[in-house]
Design a binder for this molecule. Structure first.
Ligand code: NAP
Length: 293
């Protein structure tokens, strides 16, 4: 972001975050603002600015705000401004957009953050700001993979007992209650913070599987990490969401190498009519050209 006291930004991009792509987009927008600001400052000082900047005149001011849900206790904060916590549904988000003169909305939430993506679509329609959904591509199986697809976490819980008895459950620390009835399966769950419902004896807590071990750790994890983890815990089935991101994931490679079946939960549908980009570069292109003022 390039900020100049007294001059309002030309654009205010609100990124709905919580993903690596959201953070990378904020980094790119902040860096672009800094470069544009430096080039414009150079022009004022009489040095030779690059021809493109000179033709375009004064640099465009871009304000960037990333919004986080507040699920992680100590999140890695991106550059630019940040705000944390829900907006209070689509109407609350639309009100925030209008109160903060947001000009562009980028839904860069996780592909499984279904509610927020629908809220974003509704809020964009209410407030009239252009919306882009930044969705990294999903994973595709490679030779040697033994994948079974599930349509939902509930479906995964139905299919799991036929595939193994020692499960590495990487579908997130929320939603464990969906597996709580599987008394014969031993579960390993890895998460940054403890599962919210992992407070044994708390009458308010949702049930969790009775045979459960929680491993607190923050990625990224290497292939060596994943191989070691699968072997140490004698894992015989991996459960994952089709989160995507990188071309593949070390846990998927480790499972393939070890001949372990993988239960892949399919992504929920995206709201109809929303423009999608699969990469940060494509999102930057959309911000720069498709909706230039
Ligand atoms: P969700 O079910 O789609 O959203 C539930 C509520 O959380 C929303 O209605 C909204 O509250 C609030 N919310 C979600 N994302 C927000 C954001 N970026 N900024 C402000 N409020 C937000 O979301 P979720 O699946 O719980 O995911 C929560 C966050 O974790 C997201 O930012 C997502 O990117 C990240 N994440 C999710 C997953 C996953 O597997 N679901 C995995 C990794 C990271 P209001 O209605 O009050 O605005």
């Amino acid at each position: 972001m390039s900020a100049e006291p007294g001059r309002a930004p030309d654009r205010h991009v609100l990124i709905l975050g919580g993903t690596t792509e959201a953070r990378r987009l904020a980094v790119e927008l902040a860096a672009a603002g800094t470069r544009a600001g430096a080039a414009a400052d150079g022009a004022h000082a009489g040095s030779a600015p690059d021809a493109g900047t000179a033709r375009r005149g004064p640099a465009e001011r871009v304000r960037v705000t990333t919004s986080l849900a507040g699920r992680v206790a100590a999140p890695v904060l991106p550059p630019g401004e940040t705000r944390i916590g829900g907006f209070g549904g689509p109407a609350g988000l639309a009100a925030w957009i209008s109160a903060h003169q947001v000009t562009h909305l980028v839904d860069a939430t996780h592909p499984f953050a279904e509610r927020m993506s629908f809220n974003a679509a509704e809020a964009a329609a209410l407030s009239g700001v252009p919306l882009l959904a930044l969705r990294r591509p999903g994973w595709t199986p490679e030779p040697g993979d033994a994948w079974t697809y599930a349509d939902s976490l509930a479906d995964a819980a139905e299919l799991l007992p036929a595939l193994g008895t020692r499960a590495f459950l990487t579908t997130g620390r929320t939603g464990l209650h969906g597996f709580a009835h599987l008394t014969e399966t031993w579960f390993l769950v890895r998460s940054v913070d403890p599962p919210p419902d992992f407070v044994r004896g708390d009458p308010q807590a949702s049930p969790v599987p009775p045979r459960l071990e929680v491993l607190l750790a923050r990625g990224p994890f290497t292939l060596a990490d994943e191989r070691e983890l699968l072997a140490r815990h004698r894992i015989d089935v991996l459960v994952t969401k089709d989160s995507g991101g990188t071309a593949t994931s070390p846990k998927l490679t480790a499972a393939r190498e070890a001949g372990i079946p993988v239960l892949v939960v399919r992504r929920p549908a995206v709201p109809q009519g929303v423009v999608e980009a699969e990469s940060v570069a494509a999102a930057l292109h959309w911000l720069r050209y498709d909706h230039a003022h």
